[in-house]
Design a protein around this ligand. Structure first.
Ligand SMILES: C[S@@+](CC[C@H](N)C(=O)[O-])C[C@H]1O[C@@H](n2cnc3c(N)ncnc32)[C@H](O)[C@@H]1O
Length: 223
């Protein structure tokens, strides 16, 4: 995946910059703000109510920011079991992970969990909390297979103009097939082509106000 550097984003939280792709891992306006808004608030929070178990599929684990924010949710809602499956074909080095400043931004009790998320074995289910089960898979969405469906898909791939193959209709159809009935697909991307593709695979798509620096994002429901 080329040379990767640590950068600081608009809200003071770290992200990474991939030189070969000329692409950042999060919005330059604020990594933490974007993750909380796009994936936690507009994704998990939108479907959580009344559920005792939630399966989440993340496309692109990267820094693990979405994953640690979901651990925070698991601590907040101990009655809800979260099965968190996250795909990453290019795991980051320990040096890069250790250089991120997330631990300084979170409450202290989350620090050990961030380490555990990254040290957990690949391709195996690990209990991070009694109600948070992590399954990191060192694979692409293209090769991923599961016998489960997911209430929420966190689609956090690099932008379509940087990694178009990840956004191909075949991949979107696959996520639709893996979305549970009444489940949702969330992404930071708001491109018209993506909206049309999500509709073509079966999602009921809404344009939704975006995080700071972004007017809109897309959210697809499987009704
Ligand atoms: C925008 S970054 C992810 C940000 C991440 N969620 C975070 O919080 O740091 C996109 C990630 O997708 C991964 N990726 C690249 N190709 C992929 C593929 N075909 N399937 C799944 N993930 C892929 C990249 O290695 C990268 O870590």
């Amino acid at each position: 995946m080329g040379n990767i550097k640590i950068i600081e984003t608009g809200d003071g939280s770290s992200s990474l910059y991939n030189e070969a792709l000329n692409e950042t891992y999060h919005s330059s306006h604020g990594a933490l703000t974007e993750s909380r808004y796009v994936f936690i608030k507009s994704g998990f929070e939108a479907i959580r109510e009344g559920k005792l178990e939630v399966n989440i599929l993340e496309v692109g684990m990267g820094t693990g920011l979405n994953a640690i924010l979901m651990v925070e949710q698991a601590l907040k809602y101990p009655e809800v079991t979260i099965n968190y499956v996250t795909l990453e074909p290019f795991p980051l080095s320990e040096e890069l992970i250790d250089g991120l400043n997330y631990n300084q931004l979170f409450e202290e009790h989350l620090t050990p969990y961030f380490k555990q998320l990254h040290s957990a074995e690949w391709d195996k289910v690990t209990d991070i909390l009694p109600n948070f089960k992590l399954h990191k898979q060192k694979t692409t969405l293209e090769d991923f297979q599961s016998d489960k469906t997911f209430e929420t898909i966190f689609f956090d791939a690099f932008a379509p103009n940087k990694q178009p193959e990840v956004w191909f209709v075949e991949n979107l159809k696959k996520t639709f097939d893996y979305t549970s009935q009444d489940g949702i697909f969330v992404t930071y991307c708001a491109k018209g082509q993506l909206r049309r593709d999500l509709v073509s695979v079966g999602y009921d798509v809404e344009r939704y106000p975006g995080p700071p620096g972004k007017r809109e994002m897309l959210r697809g429901w499987k009704r």
